[in-house]
Design a protein around this ligand. Structure first.
Ligand code: PLP
Length: 385
C-alpha cells in the first residue's frame, strides 16, 4: 500500500541538485562547486555569544516575532546598510532562515489559483513554495543578453501583468546578477501599474561587488507592496543556525506571524543570540569574507574566459553562470565533469527558465580548491574541443 499523499506535494519533482550530490558521494576527491553555502566558519564572536547563552540556560521560546533586542538590531542594521526603515515592533519577523519567511509569505498572501510570477533562473524553493500554498507559478525567464536582470519586456513576454505577485532575488542565485536602482525602477513601475505584491529575496545583499545594493522597497510607492527577505546564512556564514527575517508593512507581517506562531512558535533561540552579536560586532568579519569572495569571483571569471567558456560578469552572491560549450547540454557537462574529473557544478536548468545551457558554479570554496577545480574543468573542455 502506498501512502495517500496530497496532490500538491506529488506534483513537485524532487530537487534537481540532489542527484549530483548522490553521484559526488560515489566518487573520491570531488571538489564541490555545487553548494550555495559559505566555506567560512561563523564569526567567532557570534559563536561565543551562542555558547554563552547556552551556558546561561537561555533555551526557552522567545517572542513569536523574535527577541525584541534582535528586532531592534535588525531595524538599525537595515537602515544603516540599505536605507530601509522598519518598526521593530510591527514590521519585522524573525524566522527559521529566510526560507521560512518566504514560505510564510506564500501561505499568507497566495489564495488558491492565484498566479505568482517568478523571475528565473532562480533559487529552487520559490516554485514549490507557491505550489504548496495552492498558487500557480509563472516563470519569467531573464536573459544573458540583459545580464540576467529582470526587465519589463521579460515581464510582458511572460504575461506577468496578469499575475498577483512577483518574486525577485537580486543579487541572484544562481546567476550572480545584480540590479541597480536604475534597473529596478521600471520593474517597480510595472508592479505599481499592475498592482503586484512584490517578494524581494535580498539574502545576498551584502555580497554585492560593484556599487551598493539597492532594495526595491526603497523605490517610490514600493514599501507598501513589498516584503523584503534577508538572513544570516550567507553574509554571516550561519547556514546551520537557521536564522532569517522578513520586513514589511504591519498588516502583512501580522499575517505571516499568525502562521508562524501556530507552526514554528519562534525561531531558534540560540541562533537569535548569535545573530544579535553578529549584527553588533561582526561587521569586519563580513567585510573580510566579502573581500575574499570578490577575489575568488575575479579569479573564476578570468579562468573561465581563459578556458574559452563564455561567462557573464557576475557581480553579486557567490556564483557565476558560465555557458556550456557547444555540443553538450548543461546536464551532460555537469555529469561528465563530475564523473571524469571529480568537480561538482550544477546544471542551470535546475533553476528554471533561462538557465538552460549554463552551469551554476559556486565560489564559496577556498582559492586553492578553485584553482584545482578550474584546471580539471579545463582538461574536460580540452578533451572535447
Ligand atoms: N534565498 C536564496 C536566494 C538562497 O539562495 C537561499 C539558500 O541558498 C535561501 C534563501 C535560504 O536561506 P536560509 O538559509 O536563510 O533559509
Amino acid at each position: 500500500m502506498t501512502f495517500d499523499l496530497a496532490d500538491r506535494v506529488q506534483t513537485v519533482p524532487p530537487s534537481g541538485i540532489r542527484r549530483f550530490f548522490e553521484i559526488a558521494e560515489e566518487r573520491d576527491e570531488v571538489i564541490s562547486l555545487g553548494v550555495g553555502e559559505p566555506d567560512f566558519s561563523t564569526p567567532w564572536a557570534a559563536r561565543d555569544a551562542a555558547i554563552t547563552s547556552l551556558e546561561q540556560g537561555k533555551t526557552s521560546y522567545t517572542a513569536n516575532r523574535g527577541r525584541k533586542d534582535l528586532r531592534v538590531a535588525i531595524a538599525n542594521y537595515v537602515t544603516d546598510r540599505f536605507d530601509l526603515g522598519y518598526d521593530p515592533d510591527e514590521e519585522i519577523i524573525v524566522t527559521a532562515g529566510a526560507s521560512e519567511a518566504v514560505d510564510l509569505a506564500f501561505r499568507a498572501f497566495v489564495d488558491p489559483g492565484e498566479t505568482v510570477a517568478i523571475a528565473q533562473p532562480s533559487y529552487i524553493s520559490y516554485e514549490p513554495g507557491v505550489i504548496f500554498a495552492g498558487g500557480e507559478p509563472l516563470a519569467v525567464p531573464t536573459r544573458e543578453e540583459d545580464e540576467f536582470r529582470l526587465t519589463v519586456s521579460a515581464l510582458e513576454r511572460a504575461g506577468a501583468s496578469e499575475a498577483d505577485m512577483l518574486v525577485l532575488c537580486y543579487p541572484n542565485n544562481p546567476t550572480g546578477a545584480i540590479m541597480t536602482e536604475a534597473d529596478l525602477e521600471p520593474v517597480a513601475e510595472f508592479a505599481r501599474e499592475h498592482d503586484l505584491t512584490v517578494l524581494a529575496d535580498e539574502i545576498y545583499a551584502e555580497l554585492t561587488y560593484e556599487g551598493e545594493h539597492t532594495s526595491i522597497a526603497t523605490l517610490p510607492g514600493m514599501r507598501e507592496r513589498t516584503i523584503v527577505f534577508n538572513g544570516f546564512s550567507k553574509a554571516h556564514a550561519m547556514t546551520g543556525l537557521r536564522l532569517g527575517y522578513a520586513l514589511g508593512p504591519a498588516d502583512a507581517i501580522a499575517a505571516m506571524n499568525k502562521i508562524h506562531q501556530y507552526t514554528m512558535l519562534s525561531a531558534p533561540t540560540t541562533a537569535q543570540y548569535a545573530a544579535l552579536e553578529a549584527l553588533s560586532s561582526c561587521g569586519s568579519d563580513v567585510r573580510e569574507m566579502v573581500d575574499q569572495y570578490d577575489r575568488r569571483r575575479r579569479f573564476v571569471l578570468s579562468r573561465f574566459r581563459e578556458i574559452g567558456m563564455d561567462v557573464f560578469e557576475a557581480k553579486g552572491a557567490f556564483y557565476c553562470f558560465p555557458e556550456v560549450p557547444a555540443g553538450l547540454t548543461a546536464e551532460e557537462f555537469a555529469e561528465g565533469v563530475l564523473r571524469e574529473q571529480g568537480v561538482a557544478v550544477v546544471p542551470g536548468d535546475v533553476f528554471g527558465a533561462g538557465g538552460e545551457g549554463h552551469l551554476r558554479v559556486s565560489y564559496a570554496t577556498g582559492l586553492s580548491d578553485l584553482r584545482e577545480a578550474l584546471t580539471r574543468i579545463e582538461a574536460f573542455v580540452d578533451e572535447r574541443t
